[in-house]
Design a binder for this molecule. Structure first.
Ligand code: ZN
Length: 408
């Protein structure tokens, strides 16, 4: 399964925003999430049951619309022998288009991640939460929980925790032996423990070495073993460097992985905000330089810098919603570009003052992102959650760049 690129995610997010705007007159919009593991025939009989339930709906028009939507999904389902790799999502219903008018809309989507549970919703708007969650940042972390008797390695991928391997140690307990052989026995124990740590480290190395997008390693466990394991540097040095912190957790099995993520939540959140802060701070430092430094901001300036390949890092606010429209003058042939939230009703030509014609409209973020890709510039999206993110949107129009070289 391939991950969506930032640009694809952005496009997906924008289409969800469009779906989100649709509303029904009554509770008659149907959202259906089908997991890849469900049999189509199961889903069909579930829907037929909903269909007969819907005969209890009091409003005749709502009842009619709900039943039409269910029938439409049922007939679409016939095209599938089984759900696709990640399952299926349906949004079907009569949306209101004013003055008591409705028309039927149907969206069938293959989601970017597997649908987890069969979900059926009938409401006055479409239910988008599971899809929105799939689009959230998917940073990967290695998870380790360990004590002397057991260790488990897993992966945090966005919000999903995957347990990869559990290792039971064969290290004998220290208790219950005394007398003459006690000393020798202790050495045996230490050798066994060392072998166990080494074996577990090999498993972790194999799972994560060469994983380029790994953001960090989190380590947990109930006792001092986790610190010992970290201090003794059992892991490959590349992974060793990525260890973020150790956390006290009660378990060393799959449940321990969940507990570890829970405990690390605050740390991870601040790491993410830290990245955004650092980036905007770097931008501000450049701007503060007397010669303007290597900074550029504002849609037009950034657009121009991208055109000549001068942008090293493009910084875009996640909340930026603008269009780039191209206009041309039918009388004198002049053309120009505008960056706007909404297309204006009329734009006059600067030269001859005749009304201009819109020849092209593109989404600004998509456009800038594509230009950046063409020049191998790095693109960083910044949330509005940090003070710096807010500053980017309010003071710099939501788009800025750090330059490879200065432009005038
Ligand atoms: Zn003109």
């Amino acid at each position: 399964m391939t991950e969506l690129t930032e640009l694809q995610k952005y496009e997906f997010r924008r289409s969800l925003e469009e779906v989100n705007k649709l509303s029904g007159r009554g509770t008659e919009l149907i959202s259906l999430y089908i997991p890849p593991t469900r049999q189509i025939s199961d889903v069909a009989s579930y829907l037929r049951n909903e269909y007969s339930q819907s005969s209890n709906i009091k409003s005749a028009s709502t009842r009619k619309n709900v039943q039409a939507a269910i029938s439409s999904i049922l007939s679409r389902l016939k095209n599938f022998k089984r759900p696709p790799e990640n399952g299926l999502v349906f949004f079907v219903g009569h949306r209101s288009v004013g003055a008591d008018q409705t028309n039927m809309v149907q969206f069938v989507l293959e989601p970017p991640d597997p649908v987890q549970t069969l979900t059926y919703r009938c409401d006055s708007s479409f239910y988008l939460v599971p899809l929105q969650e799939m689009l959230e940042k998917k940073d990967r972390y290695a998870l380790i929980v360990i004590d002397r008797s057991e260790a488990t390695v897993g992966m945090l991928n966005g919000k999903r925790i995957v347990s990869l391997k559990n290792l039971q140690s064969l290290v004998p307990s220290k208790h219950g032996r005394g007398g003459q052989s006690a000393r020798r026995f202790e050495r045996v124990i230490e050798v066994a423990a060392h072998e166990y740590y080494k074996k577990f480290a090999d498993i972790v190395n194999e799972a994560f070495l060469g994983e380029k997008d790994l953001k960090g390693v989190l380590v947990g466990g109930p006792g001092p073993t986790k610190e010992y394991f970290v201090k003794s540097e059992y892991l490959h040095h590349e992974l060793q460097q990525k260890i973020i912190e150790t956390f006290d957790v009660g378990y060393t099995d799959e449940y321990g992985l969940k507990e570890l993520v829970e405990k690390a939540r605050g740390t991870l959140r601040s790491l993410d905000l830290m990245r955004e802060k650092d980036l905007v701070q770097r931008l501000l430092e450049e701007i503060r330089k007397p010669d303007g430094g290597l900074a550029v901001y504002g849609e037009e300036q950034v657009n121009n810098a991208l055109l000549i390949g001068a942008v090293d890092t493009l910084i875009i606010s996640e909340d930026l919603r603008k269009k780039k429209i191209t206009l041309s003058c039918p009388s004198c042939g002049t053309s120009k570009e505008l960056f706007v939230a909404d297309t204006p009703d009329e734009v006059m030509c600067d030269k001859c003052h005749s009304p201009m014609k819109v020849t092209d409209t593109v989404d600004l973020v998509e456009e800038l992102h594509k230009m950046a890709d063409a020049n191998s510039s790095t693109v960083q999206f910044i949330s509005g959650e940090s003070e710096e993110g807010e500053l980017l949107l309010k003071a710099f129009g939501g788009v800025a760049g750090i330059l490879r070289f200065r432009v005038n």
